[in-house]
Design a protein. Structure first.
Length: 483
């Protein structure tokens, strides 16, 4: 959208009410940014909110046909509401998650299958939030070809949406905002230059976002669920990380993509299960801090079993503190995790520091790290921009990070492996809101590489027989993806 007198005035107004902030900000995703947008404050300024809704409407109405509006929850909801009321356009509401009671609908409102819906958003970075809303609308038969946003951060979201058939219309662009504020005497040239450098250095590629829209044609959709992928052998040639190479070698030789999460509280129980299940797995995942009788002799025995049955050890510590603290947690203390665990994982909430700290200890020992990009528990916050930032952090530290804990493929770069927890033979959830998916759903439809199974195996009447069944289910799902 061209910069008119109205848009120039809006930029200054947003700056004056602190909806646009410049300085040093650590985003919730962990990335340090020179600019922060808090557009939620505009609900306290009715005149500005009306101006924003008018400009959003003007940005699309000249060449876009649509029957409904749907605001991305939550900041865009009042904007969509203003547009719907003022211009007499029916509105739909997308829930963040379906309720467990009542109608259990994800989309609220009156519509007919095949209707076109315009998505309204406040800020677009990678485009993930728009894609999530488009996916929900697709699932109930609505068509989405366009979205309108107040501010495009110019970090790849427009291209990603275009690759999924959605044209993004924007009122403002980040580079435009900073330049106008400089012209108005609100920002220095140094700040403007810093913003421009930030945009260039923090780009989300088209393939970095895992969500892909379901096509209207069901037959085409079913075909797209199964995408041909590299074999483990070919993947090993692409991966440069030594842990990833070892893991793929094991997966190929043992014909397994099963990781066993042995969450029991006695060392002898762990060793017994490792002996029984070891021949059928590529990874044994531990939580050593739940062991009531932990000792270093146990670790020696566990390492011997890992060598005997050819699997890697993954300590699911989920490091999430500042760099200096995680260095001590990883390399010191009673567990001395860096001495024996091939794989660890970390939350990205603290930012780059958590990876840098762990890397100082683990890289010289040829260890590897997984970043937690998504989680399988209901209501978790590892979504949207958090997930995107985790992918970007992995790219920046790919000498140490070789993959993700996620519920789906969040990076299409084949050097990164995806491991998905919460896998059972039937879809469901437990009483603590852990949500379960099937091996086929995880590997074929969601593009993951490794299934993580815990209670489904060690609580079974016959753990060995059950482990074999999971190995076959996971590996057969993989075979579907390479034919």
């Amino acid at each position: 959208m061209e910069c008119t007198t109205n848009t120039r005035k809006l930029i200054v107004d947003l700056f004056e009410i602190n909806a646009l902030k410049f300085g040093k900000f650590t985003l919730k995703s962990g990335i340090e940014s020179p600019v922060y947008f808090d557009l939620r404050v505009i609900v306290s300024y009715p005149a500005i909110m009306e101006k924003v809704s008018d400009l959003l409407w003007d940005a699309v109405t000249s060449d876009v046909e649509f029957k409904h509006l749907c605001g991305v929850p939550y900041t865009a909801l009042p904007l969509a509401t203003c547009m719907a009321v003022k211009y007499n356009k029916p509105m739909l509401i997308r829930r963040k998650e379906a309720k467990d009671y009542g109608t259990k609908k994800m989309i609220e409102g009156v519509f007919v299958e095949g209707d076109k819906c315009l998505i309204v958003e406040d800020v677009v970075t990678s485009g993930t939030s728009v894609m999530e809303t488009a996916q929900s609308l697709d699932q109930v038969g609505l068509k989405v070809t366009d979205a309108v946003v107040l501010l495009n951060r110019e970090q790849g979201g427009k291209n990603m949406l275009a690759s999924n058939g959605i044209q993004l219309h924007s009122v403002l662009k980040l580079s435009q905002v900073s330049k106008i504020l400089e012209q108005e005497g609100k920002l220095s040239k140094e700040v403007v230059d810093e913003v421009e450098q930030f945009i260039v250095k923090n780009q989300f590629q088209n393939g970095a976002v895992a969500l892909k829209r379901k096509q209207e044609n069901k037959e085409e959709s079913e075909k797209k669920k199964i995408k041909q992928r590299l074999t483990y052998k070919d993947r090993k040639e692409v991966c440069c990380h030594i842990v990833a190479q070892k893991l793929l070698d094991i997966m190929e030789k043992k014909s397994t993509n099963l990781a066993f999460s042995v969450d029991v509280t006695k060392c002898q129980e762990v060793l017994k299960l490792a002996e029984l299940i070891g021949p059928y797995i590529c990874i044994l995942k531990t939580h050593v801090d739940i062991l009531e009788d932990f000792n270093q002799d146990f670790i020696k025995s566990l390492q011997a079993l890992a060598d005997k049955h050819q699997f890697l050890l993954f300590e699911d510590r989920k490091y999430g503190d500042i760099g200096n603290t995680v260095k001590l947690q990883y390399g010191s203390g009673m567990y001395k995790t860096s001495e024996w665990a091939h794989i660890i994982n970390a939350h990205t909430v603290p930012g780059d520091g958590v990876v840098k700290g762990l890397k100082e200890i683990g890289l010289p020992k040829e260890r590897g790290c997984l970043l937690i990009g998504q989680m399988s528990s209901k209501g978790n916050l590892a979504t949207g921009s958090y997930t995107d930032a985790s992918v970007l952090m992995a790219e920046n530290h790919s000498d140490f990070v070789f993959g993700f804990i996620s519920t789906s493929q969040i990076s299409q770069n084949p050097k990164f492996l995806h491991m998905t927890p919460g896998v059972k033979m039937a879809v469901g959830k437990d009483n603590l809101e852990q949500q379960y998916l099937t091996p086929e759903e995880v590997i074929v439809n969601r593009g993951s590489d490794i299934i993580i199974v815990g209670r489904g195996i060690y609580q079974a009447d016959d753990p060995v027989k059950t482990a074999i069944a999971y190995r076959e289910a996971g590996y057969n799902a993989y075979l579907q993806t390479i034919v």
